[in-house]
Design a protein around this ligand. Structure first.
Ligand SMILES: O=P(O)(O)O[C@@H]1C[C@H](O)[C@@H](CO)O1
Ligand SMILES: O=c1cc[nH]c(=O)[nH]1
Length: 312
């Protein structure tokens, strides 16, 4: 078994820093003449990053490129910004991630799963650092499978947990496992919960979110190409998850929480549930209903942003 190192978070590092620029935790970066953000098609030499991105206060991210474009268009309207030409993908020179900026809001897709969001976050955090952004809040707006919740419920993550229900993210570095904490900012989660309560007919709850490395076997589904367990074993696992406080399952929250935490960034995860995993595995809701579900975290986060900007 590979050696396990706890990435000790000192009290200073675990506290979020107010009015501070975004920190990168890499001593090598400072000696580099140029930093190429390869998957964003941006570089510190070819782009004036402070001018392009210096006013960002909110970064919203989700798996799908279309969802993040729709969110950018929605925010443009909500913030009353000039939208005659629609929104433009800033990183159109690459098709890895789609990125839109509407005033202080950056909307960026992250693809599916831990490796994809992790690459995006490395480059995003460096981008925010190079752009000298201050007091940025990052929010993942996504979809998930609910555990004993009515489909369409919006879950605000209190703590992201792994498949063993532990608040950990494990990263293999040079053949050793580094374990990082996945605690999220509690006051931000409460602020978002309050925003949810202020929206009519939106069912919003707070709970632990389990992050897995797979949608099928990894989430205890019986309908993948492979399945090595019985229905009863699946239900027993979901019952144990529920007892541990898990309310929903998705595929990015642990690395998102861990990386933001190490870099002193306030972060939150807001995901709608598409189904109740106690009742099934297949996503049977109609396309229209699924589209409507996906809008729910967007409404909540837009409400939060407008409140923070004192537009309400
Ligand atoms: O951001 P989304 O809603 O795409 O994230 C969840 C987790 C996986 O990436 C994906 C699986 O369908 O949905
Ligand atoms: O069940 C689900 C639904 C959406 N996303 C997931 O990761 N799991």
């Amino acid at each position: 078994m590979a050696p396990i190192l706890l990435d000790n978070i000192t009290p200073e590092r675990s506290e979020y820093i107010e009015h501070e620029e975004v920190h990168v935790k890499n001593p090598h970066l400072h000696s580099m003449e140029e930093d190429i953000l390869y998957h964003f098609n941006l570089s510190t030499k070819t782009h004036n990053l402070p001018e392009m991105f210096g006013d960002i206060k909110f970064v919203c991210t989700g798996g799908s490129a279309n969802r993040m474009k729709a969110f950018a268009e929605f925010m443009q309207k909500e913030l009353g910004l000039d939208g005659e030409n629609g929104v433009e993908d800033i990183c159109a020179g690459t098709d890895r991630y789609s990125t839109y900026k509407t005033g202080p809001v950056l909307s960026i897709s992250h693809g599916m799963g831990v490796p994809s969001i992790s690459i995006m976050l490395h480059e995003l955090i460096k981008l925010l650092h190079h752009a000298r952004c201050r007091d940025v809040v990052l929010i993942r707006i996504g979809t998930s499978g609910g555990i004993g919740l009515e489909p369409g419920t919006v879950v605000i993550t209190d703590t992201a947990v792994d498949s063993f229900f532990q608040p950990h993210f494990e990263q293999v570095v040079l053949g050793k496992v580094i374990v990082r904490s996945t605690e999220l900012d509690k006051s931000l989660a409460q602020e978002l919960l309050q925003c949810g309560r202020e929206i009519l007919n939106l069912c919003t709850v707070i709970g632990k979110t389990m992050c897995t490395y797979d949608f099928y076997e990894g989430q205890g589904r019986l309908d993948g190409a492979l399945c090595s367990f019985s229905t009863e074993e699946k239900l027993e696992y979901l019952r144990r998850a529920k007892e541990a406080g898990v309310t929903n399952i998705e595929m990015e929250s642990t690395v998102f929480a861990a990386m933001c935490r190490v870099c002193g960034l306030k972060a939150a995860v807001v995901c709608v549930t598409l189904l109740d995993r106690f009742k099934g595995d297949q996503i049977t809701a109609s396309h229209e209903l699924l589209q409507e579900y996906q809008l729910r975290p967007q409404y909540l986060v837009s409400h939060f942003i407008k409140k923070r900007l004192q537009l309400l």
